[in-house]
Design a protein around this ligand. Structure first.
Ligand code: PNS
Length: 165
């Protein structure tokens, strides 16, 4: 049985992420989408909220589960008996960082390989940061995220503004 891990920040999950999840779920027997618990960043959504959104969006895929992790990704992979890490490559600008990460991970855990999915062309420009920036200025993000995520993003931004008043 092939178990793969798709790690990331997913703040929030975009249509680009969902495209990778669906395609990777056809390659692996079991796909675990893992949200990094990263206190260094200043996220819009809590880890629990991101996990919940991902669970809702992937509920139609029976071999996909969602969890969160702290610490080294390869240790998380080992814990699940996963020998594959899934990452998306949007453009050549992603490549250096992704190559460095995959080689570091293989040095620490030689049994864990990374497979890359090239992002579908319609999502090649897309990132969670762009979604947050456009939404922050009240722009239309419906092409970037699902309706549920769109609702959650605008609710979060509104809640943040109310708190600052
Ligand atoms: O969505 P992101 O923020 O590009 O995902 C980055 C992620 C979570 C894959 C990466 O930061 C990660 O694996 N962090 C865990 C710490 C780790 O294992 N570091 C060693 C690899 S360089």
């Amino acid at each position: 049985m092939t178990t793969a891990i798709y790690p990331g920040s997913f703040d929030p999950v975009t249509r680009g992420h969902l495209d990778i999840i669906e395609r990777a779920s056809r390659v692996a027997d079991r796909l675990i989408v893992s949200v990094l618990i990263n206190s260094a960043k200043n996220p819009l959504f809590t880890v629990e909220e991101r996990v919940q959104l991902l669970r809702e969006e992937t509920a139609y895929l029976p071999n996909v589960t969602v969890d969160s992790f702290d610490g080294l990704l390869v240790e998380h992979a080992r814990k699940h008996g996963a020998h594959l890490i899934v990452r998306g490559l949007r453009a050549v600008t992603d490549f250096e960082y992704e190559l460095q990460m995959s080689q570091t991970n293989r040095k620490i855990a030689p049994e864990v390989d990374t497979i890359f999915f090239t992002t579908s062309l319609e999502y090649a420009y897309l990132s969670s940061s762009t979604v947050k920036e456009v939404a922050g200025f009240g722009g239309d993000i419906s092409a970037f995220v699902t309706p549920q995520v769109e609702k959650a993003v605008f609710a979060k931004i509104a809640a943040g503004r109310n708190k600052m008043r």
